[in-house]
Each structure stands twice: as structure tokens, then as C-alpha cells.
Design a protein around this ligand. Structure first.
Ligand code: GDP
Length: 434
């Protein structure tokens, strides 16, 4: 998916525009209990093209002076985005800070689309030609507050999208990535994996400039580790900020089938770990929880059990994800990782034949009768699998309203018990059939 970043001075209206472009999407995805959400990154869609939108203004970089903050914002946008929307304030004209940022953006050679915000009426829109002087071609007069002019701006943005990454993906190859807060050991584990496995090609640049794919092979299976670029070349000020690490994680998740959620055994589970894991879950990726730095813990069965209990309590929404304990540093138990990635990947793309699925559903119905709501009983007619990655099922019923969350959960568990979907979320939709 292409990434679009919004850059501009404080109060030019970035968040308003972000929320407009994202529409209702944010409230829709907020459905995993216990996962709080940053309003800086969301999926959006225009002309049938889905893309990820970043509000760089939402990435707080401490209390640096304005100009430095803006420079860092621009840097993040240049690093992350395929297309940058540069917003200026049409009521104030071009300021020195605008010019400074414009210079940086200009040098990046990324496509820049200039939005002149707060152009609420026709008289103001007539003055938009002044903004040609910034050197980004046609300035688009918009009003975030009134939702004006955004369509033209988006047409221009979408026209700059590179060809999609999905087109480049190879079949029979497992794409995976590592996510987790700074210092959990992502780079160390990537290096350990590269040392333990046969690396075929390294450092192929994807269509997104900053993403690097490394192809490797083990036991006849091809793998690609995606988006390790940010892990290997580092040292930028903003890399340790919390929201930036979320951003990195989101991008990695987007490109992968399997996501390794890293937890630091030494420092334990933090709120940020939960947030990052929540995104992987919601994106429907296969997940392995990796507890790294296991060498720092006195390692025995009991310690492992205890840590597992903690993880299960904190990550209830990941109850399907297996846990691997290892040390990137000493390589202890590292050999258990690749087989686990392979297993969850197989489950993630598993297809269940309709007749077999329905046998299981009918058994479940016999075991636990369907609920009755206000005198009406849920009737389940049949089920079928409609998608993989993640496995998704449609259950045809007399009335979807009668399908309680708890009954859906019961059916999900029965499907899991029968077919072994370890490591992958599964989705169940109830649909009406008369
Ligand atoms: P990243 O920010 O997630 O990429 O983390 P790094 O890979 O840079 O690791 C952060 C720190 O943790 C470094 O000092 C590593 O040497 C250390 N580290 C990484 N993995 C392990 C491990 O398995 N055991 C121990 N003891 N330290 C580790």
C-alpha cells in the first residue's frame, strides 16, 4: 500500500485534514478491547485505491524549537512516504518556516502536493496563485474545516502512487517482519536470523524507497524479511520516540504475512508492546510472540510458564499466537523460530472444504443450542470459507442480529479446535439467508 504523509507548520490544519481524509475509518477499526490508538496513522481510500495516511504533526519530538521539529517531521515524511501533502495556511501566506520545509521537501525528489488550507470562500481561492512560488506546481486551495477542494487534491496525490507492492510479491514465499518497541532486540534478531539461514539476496529495494527485503531459504522454504532498513541504519533523533516506533511497526505489518511481536524478557511487558501488537492483530496477520533476551532470565520451565501467564493476561486478544522464548545474543532456542513462522503461515492461508466445515458447525450446534433473543431463535443454515490470510468464514443465518458475540466466539473456538488455526486470527461474519 502506498503511504501518504501530511506535513506543515502547527495550526495549519493538518489534523482536521487528516480526519477528513480518513473519514470514519478510525472509529471503525477501534474494536480491539484494551488497545488504545494513536490518531496519527490510518488507512484511507480514494478512487478505489487504499493507502496509509500519516499526520507527522502528531509525532511529538519533545520540546525542540519549532523549526527543528518541523525539520524532523519533514525528514520522517521523506523517509516514510511515497507522496507528501504539504499544507500551508492560506490566511497567513508563506512564512519563513514554510520556506525552510519547502527547501527540504524539494531536495527529496518525492512527489509533493501542495494544499493551501483555510481557503473557505471564493475570494480567497482566487489568491491561490501566490503559492506557485513555492515551486511545487499547482497549489490546491482547500478548506479542511468545510471539506472543500479535497477531491482535487486527492486526485493529484493518487496519480503519483507507484505500482503496488502486492504485484511484486512472490508466491510460495513467506513474508515476515519484526516489530516491537525500541531496544527489544529487533536488529539483533534480524542479524541472528541472517547468520543462521541461507541468505539468497539481500537488500533489494522495494518500491517504497526505505523498505528493504532480504530473501532467505531454510529447509526448502523461501522467506523474505521485510522492512529492516530502519533497523539497520539508525541514529536519527526521532527513532526512539514512541509514536515513530508505532509507525515503523505499521509499515512492517503492512508488508508481511507473518509478524513477530518482540517482547523484552529483561524489562518485561509494557503498554507500548500491547499497542503495537494490537495493530498486527487488527491487520489480520499471522503472529508469533517472541520473548527475546531470554538469556537474562534464569531459564527453566517454571520461569517460562510464569512469563507465559503474564503474556496471556496482557495480550488476551492474541490468545491464538504461539510464544517462542529465545536469545538473539546467545542464539539459544533460535532454531525453534523458523519452523514456527512456517507453521503459522500455513495456518494463515489454510482452506477448509465446505462439507468438512459444515460437519464441525453442525456438531457445535448440537452441543450448544443457538441463543434466543426476544423469543426468536438464531437459526444457522450453513457456513463457508470465503477468504484466506486470515481465514474468513461466512455463516448464513436467519437473522444476523441474533448472532451474539458469545455464540460467535463459541463457534470460532469450535472451528479452531477442529482445524488448528494456531498463530492466525480468524474472522467470522454472520449473513442473512432467508
Ligand atoms: P532494536 O531497537 O529493537 O533493534 O534493538 P537492538 O537489536 O538494537 O538491541 C537493543 C539492545 O539489546 C542492544 O544493546 C543489544 O545488544 C541487546 N540485546 C538484543 N538481543 C539481546 C538478547 O537476546 N539478550 C541480551 N542480553 N541482550 C540483547
Amino acid at each position: 500500500k502506498s503511504v501518504v504523509a501530511i506535513v506543515g507548520r502547527p495550526n495549519v490544519g493538518k489534523s482536521t485534514i487528516f480526519n477528513r481524509l480518513v473519514g470514519e475509518r478510525i472509529s471503525i477499526v477501534e474494536d480491539t478491547p484494551g488497545v488504545t490508538r494513536d490518531r496519527i496513522y490510518s488507512e484511507a481510500e480514494w478512487l478505489n485505491q487504499k493507502f496509509n495516511l500519516i499526520d507527522t504533526g502528531g509525532i511529538e519530538i519533545g520540546d525542540e524549537p519549532l523549526l527543528i521539529q518541523m525539520r524532523q517531521q519533514a525528514e520522517i515524511a521523506i523517509d516514510e512516504a511515497d507522496v507528501i501533502i504539504f499544507i500551508v495556511n492560506g490566511k497567513e501566506g508563506i512564512t519563513a518556516a514554510d520556506e525552510e520545509v519547502a527547501k527540504m521537501l524539494f531536495k527529496s525528489n518525492k512527489p509533493i502536493v501542495l494544499g493551501v488550507n483555510k481557503m473557505d470562500n471564493p475570494e480567497m481561492r482566487a489568491t491561490v496563485y501566490e503559492y506557485y512560488s513555492l515551486g511545487f506546481g499547482e497549489p490546491y486551495p482547500i478548506s479542511g474545516a468545510h471539506g472543500l477542494g479535497l477531491g482535487d487534491l486527492l486526485d493529484e496525490v493518487v496519480s503519483h502512487f507507484p505500482k503496488t507492492e502486492e504485484d511484486e510479491k512472490e508466491e510460495d514465499t513467506i513474508y515476515f517482519s519484526l516489530i516491537g518497541r525500541p531496544n527489544v532486540g529487533k536488529s539483533s534478531l534480524v542479524n541472528a536470523i541472517l547468520n543462521e539461514n541461507r541468505v539468497i539476496v539481500s537488500d533489494i529495494e522495494g518500491t517504497t524507497r526505505d523498505a528493504i527485503d532480504t530473501h532467505l531459504q531454510r529447509d526448502g522454504q523461501n522467506y523474505v524479511i521485510t522492512d529492516t532498513a530502519g533497523m539497520r541504519k539508525r541514529g536519527k533523533v526521532y527513532e526512539s520516540t514512541e509514536k515513530y516506533s508505532v509507525l515503523r511497526a505499521l509499515k512492517a505489518i503492512d508488508r508481511s504475512d507473518v509478524v513477530l511481536v518482540l517482547i523484552d524478557a529483561e524489562t518485561g511487558i509494557r503498554e507500548q508492546d500491547k499497542k503495537i501488537a494490537g495493530y498486527a492483530h487488527e491487520a489480520g496477520r499471522a503472529i508469533v510472540i517472541v520473548v527475546n533476551k531470554w538469556d537474562t532470565i534464569e531459564s527453566n520451565e517454571k520461569a517460562m510458564k510464569e512469563f507465559e501467564i503474564k503474556i496471556r493476561a496482557h495480550f488476551q486478544f492474541l490468545d491464538y499466537a504461539p510464544i517462542v522464548f529465545l536469545s538473539a545474543k546467545t542464539k539459544k532456542r533460535l532454531h525453534t523460530l523458523m519452523p514456527m513462522i512456517q507453521l503459522v503461515s500455513e495456518n494463515h492461508s489454510k482452506r477448509i472444504p465446505t462439507n468438512v466445515l459444515n460437519d464441525v458447525i453442525m456438531d457445535a450446534l448440537a452441543m450448544n443450542p443457538t441463543p434466543t433473543v426476544k423469543g426468536r431463535r438464531l437459526k444457522v443454515l450453513y457456513a463457508t470459507q470465503v477468504a484466506v490470510k486470515p481465514p474468513s468464514f461466512v455463516i448464513f443465518v436467519n437473522d444476523p442480529e441474533l448472532m451474539h458475540f458469545s455464540y460467535k466466539r463459541f463457534l470460532e473456538n469450535k472451528i479452531r479446535d477442529a482445524f488448528g488455526f494456531e498463530g492466525t486470527p480468524i474472522k467470522i461474519f454472520a449473513r442473512r439467508r432467508g
